[in-house]
Design a protein around this ligand. Structure first.
Ligand code: F6P
Length: 388
């Protein structure tokens, strides 16, 4: 870390005493996820209840480059107003994908000083949180992170809020597509968001009854895939009548990213997977196809109850850490419990593993690979207990 006087900005002290009054900037960065408003609402509520101040900074990291008239004094909101925010979709603070370059660090420090901030709570995915970690480690601003993304791919937490709601929407649309595919004797291909992580496609596909689920982590050999599609399409029911339809869920990132259309963090847009696969199927099997892209619909709307509660608990935990002047942490779900881990753990993405995906059935693995050994162990233990 650079010596304070050489950094070019006047940074806040690294740790505050629990009694020191905190003024905390809260913002939301990256793509939206159902539950964002719940996090900022409960974080603000905890700060306010403990005599501290919460300021809602607009537009993600972009809002930390200059003082904005759109900033909201969250601690000025009543208990009811904060509570009403909790179940609203999107983010009342707005969001952006803004990358702060090292030569802009001093602007962030100036903005923090102008707002009188003792620290920030950044609510975002790996890019937003990685940025929080970088600025915290450089001593520009004390930061806390709350992991968010429908993609569920943040390292350090077992789950991100917004994921369950997105899976629910994906599952409903995948299920609905069977109606059309069956009636029209076609192969329906449904494209699901999630970038290079197949979490939403995998869970949505399983819950929505997809016949085949394709995720970026486990590409399937083309011929094997076409054989499987034919098999599913012609599979006979109890009365000997063939299905004459199939529903495929495919991740938007299955074929990789568009290298010519990148965001501020250098990630290419991902689109067109369903169209590309449908084309392939048509050419190679001669079957009729139809495509449906779930797209932004996966992250629109209010959070499902599970996400609203989960996000509220994450926000309250972050708010309490800030009340105690504790920064440099990311709130997380670990083994079913809300906790916090070092912000330094935010690094790269978290992907679907072999334990959860079965390449043979091209779908979710419902029991772990080593289930036989596990069951045998249970059997042995029960036998031992009954003997002794
Ligand atoms: O990371 C969340 C996500 O919703 C991805 O699933 C999707 O690829 C991406 O954001 C789209 O983001 P935008 O078009 O807003 O940049």
């Amino acid at each position: 870390m650079l010596a304070r006087e050489n950094r070019g900005w006047d940074s806040p002290p690294p740790m505050n005493s629990p009694t020191e009054k905190q003024t905390v900037g809260i913002f939301t960065g990256g793509g939206i996820a159902p539950g964002l408003n719940a996090v900022l609402s409960t974080a603000a509520r905890e700060l306010k209840a403990n005599g501290h101040r919460a300021i809602g900074i607009p537009d993600g990291w972009k809002g930390m480059l200059d003082v904005s008239p759109d900033a909201i004094d969250l601690s000025g909101m009543s208990r009811r107003e904060l509570h009403d925010l909790l179940s609203a979709g999107g983010t009342t603070l707005r969001s952006s994908r803004t990358k702060i370059k090292p030569d802009q660090f001093s602007k962030v420090a100036d903005t923090a000083k102008a707002y009188g901030l003792t620290g920030i709570i950044a609510i975002g995915g790996d890019d937003t949180l990685g940025q929080a970690r970088q600025l915290h480690e450089a001593g520009v601003i004390q930061a806390l992170g709350v992991p968010k993304t429908i993609d569920n791919d943040v390292v350090g937490t077992d789950r991100t809020f917004g994921f369950e709601s997105a899976c629910d929407r994906a599952a409903n649309m995948i299920r609905d597509m069977r109606t059309d595919a069956e009636s029209m004797s076609r192969v329906a291909v449904v494209e699901v968001m999630g970038r290079s992580a197949g979490w939403i496609t995998l869970h949505g596909g399983e819950a929505g009854g997809a016949d085949i689920t394709l995720i970026p982590e486990f590409p399937i050999d083309e011929q094997t895939l076409m054989d499987r599609i034919n098999e599913v399409y012609h599979e006979k029911g109890a009365n000997g009548r063939p299905a004459r339809s199939a529903v495929i869920a495919i991740s938007e990132g299955y074929f990789g990213e568009d290298k010519n259309d990148k965001d501020a963090f250098g990630h290419g847009k991902m689109r067109g997977a369903a169209a590309r696969l449908a084309d392939m199927i048509k050419k190679q099997t001669g079957l009729g196809t139809q495509e449906q892209v779930i797209g932004y619909q996966a992250r629109n709307g209010a959070p499902k109850a599970h996400d609203a509660v989960f996000a509220s608990r994450l926000g309250a935990h972050a708010g309490l850490l800030a009340c105690h002047g504790i920064y440099g942490r990311m709130v997380a779900l670990r083994d079913g419990k809300i906790t916090d881990v070092p912000l330094a753990e935010v690094d790269g993405g978290r992907f679907v593993t072999e334990d959860l995906y079965d390449k043979e059935t091209m779908g979710m693995r419902l029991v772990p690979k080593n289930i036989r050994e596990q069951i045998q162990r249970t059997r042995d233990n029960l036998d031992d207990a009954s003997k002794g």
